[in-house]
Design a protein around this ligand. Structure first.
Ligand code: ZN
Length: 321
């Protein structure tokens, strides 16, 4: 019973995580001497409670160097782990204050996970030697691609952003006619992927900690974890964000993953074609691969759009009845 109560409270928190209170007392701004009501001075923007310098000011001052003083970074990360889709939905619908600025968050989380992994000798899922995204093994061929990949292998934040940016077009196609956040745009899509990339960095970091200390119930390789982890995190956030049911979300996530592979394949073949043109090589094989992948992409996305429009019309006619 107690567990049920807790879950209920958790569900309430998932929908409304923050409450804002308005300070109705009259203040006199320490900076510009303007008299006002509220949390901030409307004339110069200084906080109403900016009093004398204390130990708290020192702590905030040091944290502000990293830009993590005001809107707590940890709170946003907790939201990304516990209510990812709802938070992204809030952000897209104009509630910007619920989140730490997404792009800086991605870079900061990337830096933190990178240094923590170095410090504790963790085997992160995105790594230079091992794992599925072992960029160095891919970079053996193709000069143009290899330069980019070797740079990516030492920058977790941009590497995960690169992986997730390959998901943006498939997600746009798969969830364009969804019940919630219908007809989202490409810029919104990019923000969704920045959040996804950050969430994935955090989850994979937690996972590598669990692997290091043998906390997982079964012994598995890191690539298996990755292949289960990526669809699972995507499933949770897309279900909350787009509002399809369990099966509806599941098959769309699977299709997204497949289309992502096709997109990555296209990216590589474009790199190889460029490489062939610059260095000189057999352009024809790489070009035909590119055309083939493009064909697969168009056919699959056309099919998905058809199914999505059909299911949207079906949904509408059911709700009219
Ligand atoms: Zn003022």
């Amino acid at each position: 019973m107690k567990l049920k109560e807790r879950y209920k409270r958790f569900r309430v928190w998932q929908f409304t995580p923050v409450h804002y209170s308005m300070d109705m007392e009259r203040h006199r701004c320490c900076n510009c001497k303007y008299e006002f009501q509220g949390n901030y001075c409307p004339k110069c923007g200084q906080k109403a409670d900016a009093g004398p310098i204390t130990w708290k000011s020192i702590r905030l001052g040091i944290m502000n160097v990293w830009g993590i003083g005001n809107r707590a970074l940890l709170f946003t990360v907790a939201q990304l782990l516990l209510r990812p889709g709802f938070m992204i939905c809030d952000y897209l619908n104009g509630r910007r204050q619920v989140s730490y600025p997404p792009f800086s968050m991605l870079v900061l989380v990337g830096l933190f996970t990178y240094y923590l992994a170095q410090l504790f000798d963790l085997n992160l899922l995105i790594s230079e030697e091992e794992g599925v995204f072992a960029f160095s093994s891919l970079s053996a061929e193709g000069g143009v691609v290899s330069l980019f990949l070797s740079w990516l292998s030492s920058h977790f934040d941009y590497a995960s952003l690169f992986i997730f940016s390959m998901l943006s077009l498939p997600t746009y196609i798969a969830f364009h006619y969804s019940p919630r956040n219908t007809r989202h745009t490409i810029p919104q899509e990019l923000f969704i992927q920045v959040f996804n990339a950050t969430q994935f960095l955090c989850v994979s970091f937690l996972c590598s900690v669990a692997l290091k200390f043998d906390l997982l119930p079964v012994s598995v390789g890191s690539d298996i974890v990755l292949f289960v982890l990526l669809p699972m995190t995507l499933f949770v956030s897309y279900r909350q964000l787009f509002g399809y049911g369990c099966w509806g979300t599941l098959w769309r996530v699977v299709m997204c993953m497949l289309l992502m592979m096709v997109c990555i394949g296209m990216f590589y073949s474009i790199g190889f074609v460029l490489n062939d043109l610059v260095v000189g090589g057999d352009v024809r094989t790489h070009l035909s691969l590119l055309v083939f992948l493009l064909f697969v992409f168009c056919i699959t996305s056309g099919f998905m759009t058809f199914v999505n429009i059909w299911s949207m019309k079906h949904r509408r006619s059911r709700s009219r009845r």
